[in-house]
Design a protein. Structure first.
Length: 100
């Protein structure tokens, strides 16, 4: 019976600690992460220059997420806005008119 309780405690601890791990993104894998992101969020870009601009924004977001997760108790992760350029972020937050 003691062994059963011990095993149950170990399993519970593993689940709790496993669930609280924050994401960390290896910047060296940014290209593969971006390709997965594009597929997962069905992103379509106007041309290769537009894609490159959004890739650069995505890489910056990975760095921001890694830094925020290291410095805060909250957990930060990718979402559908991870490839937004600074101008698109300003528009999203209402700081730029829609036509810009």
């Amino acid at each position: 019976m003691v062994r059963l309780v011990f095993v149950a405690v170990l399993i519970t601890a593993a689940v709790v600690f496993g669930a609280t791990r924050k994401p960390y993104y290896d910047i060296n894998d940014a290209s593969a992460l971006f390709e997965k992101y594009v597929r997962d969020y069905h992103k379509v870009y106007k041309n290769e220059a537009d894609r490159a601009e959004h890739y650069a924004a995505f890489v910056n977001t990975l760095k921001v997420i890694n830094k925020a997760n290291a410095e805060n108790s909250a957990t930060f992760d990718l979402n559908q806005f991870a490839d937004y350029t600074p101008e698109e972020q300003k528009w999203l937050h209402g700081l730029l008119p829609l036509n810009q």
